[in-house]
Design a protein around this ligand. Sequence first.
Ligand code: GTP
Length: 159
Amino acid sequence: MYRFTDYYQNEVTLSFDDHPFSRSPKHVWVICCYNNKWLLTKHKERGLEFPGGKVEENETAKEAAVREVKEETGGTVESIRYVAQYVVDGKGGTIIKNVYFAEIGELVKQETFYETEGPVQLARIPVNVRQNMQYSFIMKDDVLNHCMAFIGKECQEDK
Ligand code: GTP
């Protein structure tokens, strides 16, 4: 279990246990790997981030993860697995988010990428991501580095 503060000084608690905070979290975030590269989306306001969003009424968190990847990047999920769960305790309330790792089979051009400008492929996430204005605040706390360390180099190996 890890505790730290995020970009906005909200309290974050991250765990790699199996759904420690909620069986049915309302938010998802998906670390995507496509063609030996990381696949992100460019949110129109927040900037570059791994895709994700809110779980809808009629779907599971994993279904939401697959849908958000498609909507925000055009990527079709080939395989997906649960990685971690975190809680953000903010001034505006508390959210619980599942983190997944997904392998993307293909990128399909979409008519709309919703609140984003669509897919962005990166060989690596820059070391200065926290100071880099191009990146979303979601990429600027310890969730990213702990999850990347947990996933290891899986995206860039053995292909
Ligand atoms: P809508 O306007 O209804 O789409 O939602 P929102 O902009 O209020 O955001 P949401 O409900 O997704 O999240 C509420 C707050 O939680 C945000 O303003 C952020 O401060 C925080 N939050 C959401 N997701 C993350 C995340 O992945 N990491 C961190 N650190 N904070 C997050």
